[in-house]
Design a protein around this ligand. Structure first.
Ligand code: FNR
Length: 362
């Protein structure tokens, strides 16, 4: 049953990628162009450090799969791409392994193919501390992701209907495991209130996992006989909205959900993300063009991200938070209603010694 679900998810997610409009709320974030802001490419680093974690690049392959023969092959290919490009990678939910340990290899291949890479295990919020530890051990994981997905479970025919244990369980796991815990949404976003709760629970990092790309309510609706939950299509907060909502929340955030290209990566970093993840788009590339196509795509994204930092005058991903940003349209209304002042993003190079005015300062 789980193996079938994992195969369904891959098939429906790739179908969704092929049918996607290509638009999302990252389009409502733009950089103010400063024509003399540029620096030298040789001075640009892509390295990022947060919550005691150091990555050479601020881009990662986010959680997807494992648990069936087919998805084991996908994990092998994703792991090879991660190894060849140096990006961190997350496993899909490891519930299937707890139910049937014979599928362990479909997950552990992530480590076998990528012995020196940064690998994240992935469990749901009902996992016991013992299961969380087993997941970490199987992958010799560098971090543990706990996914939270009430909208997906609500629409999933065989989904969980009891959510009240999630908060105490997350707290227990965060207190017990000896790798950093990252709590992530799966495409419906984390509000500021949720991010603050996670911080108070001892979670080290929040992966905002917002709307704009893979839509799991829609995927699960496609698995229902009557497809009677179509009204939840598009549920949740966009990743750009989550980033704005989580400003100064006191916990590092990662951005994922609807990241389409290197400009979205730069936008997310400029809005405060410490790293940026993609799933569905990378899966589509892998299914359409195989491992070489995925390696080429990730390499191009990293190269073009460095090019954007060069143009924008950001020596590191963190320095992108000094660049001026304009917030447009519905995203601007969202900020107004949520008490997030937007003008400070548009003028911050003046107050933060942004690279473009450094030479002219008195
Ligand atoms: C996912 N995602 C996911 N997340 C998670 O924490 N555990 C999981 O098992 C899965 N499974 C899964 C399967 C497939 C096929 C896809 C495409 C995605 C969610 C994923 O990590 C991410 O949060 C969302 O897909 C949003 O990012 P994109 O796809 O818009 O880049």
């Amino acid at each position: 049953m789980i193996a079938q679900r994992k195969d369904d998810h891959v098939r429906l997610a790739v179908e969704q990628q092929h049918g996607h409009s290509g638009q999302n709320q990252f389009d409502e974030v733009s950089f103010v162009h400063h024509a003399l802001a540029g620096i030298d490419r040789a001075d640009v680093s892509l390295a990022t450090t947060f919550a005691g974690i150091s990555w050479h690049v601020p881009l990662y392959i986010n959680a997807m799969t494992g648990g069936s023969a087919n998805t084991g092959v996908i994990n092998r290919d994703l792991a090879i791409a991660a190894r060849e490009t140096g990006v961190p990678i997350a496993s899909g939910s490891m519930s299937a392994y707890f139910k049937d340990p014979s599928c362990a290899g479909t997950f552990s291949v992530l480590r076998e193919e990528n012995p020196d890479g940064f690998v994240m295990a992935n469990v749901n919020a009902t996992a016991s501390v013992d299961k969380a530890q087993r997941a970490i051990e199987l992958l010799r994981a560098d971090a543990l992701q706990i996914h939270i997905n009430t909208a997906q479970e609500t629409v999933m025919p065989e989904g969980d209907r009891s959510f009240s244990s999630w908060v105490p369980q997350i707290e227990k796991i965060a207190a017990s495991v000896d790798v950093p815990v990252i709590v992530k949404e799966v495409g419906n976003g984390l509000s500021r209130e949720t991010v603050l709760t996670l911080r108070n629970l001892g979670v080290r990092v929040a992966d905002l996992g917002g709307r704009g790309g893979t839509d799991f309510a829609r995927i699960e609706n496609g698995r229902r006989d009557l497809a009677d939950y179509a009204f939840l299509d598009g549920w949740g907060l966009s990743t750009a909205a989550c980033l704005l909502d989580a400003q100064d929340a006191g916990i590092p955030v990662l951005a994922s959900g609807g990241v389409r290209n290197p400009l979205d990566v730069a936008r997310a970093l400029a809005l405060g993300a410490s790293g940026v993840g993609a799933s569905g788009g990378f899966l589509r590339t892998l299914m359409d063009g195989g491992v070489p196509a995925l390696i080429a795509q990730i390499s191009t994204w990293l190269d073009q991200l460095a090019a954007l930092q060069t143009m924008l005058g950001a020596r590191t991903p963190a320095e992108l938070t000094r660049c001026d940003l304009l917030i447009h349209g519905a995203l601007r209304s969202f900020c107004a209603d949520r008490g997030q002042e937007t003008q400070r993003f548009a003028l911050r190079s003046r107050t933060s010694a942004g690279p473009e005015v450094m030479g002219t300062r008195p």
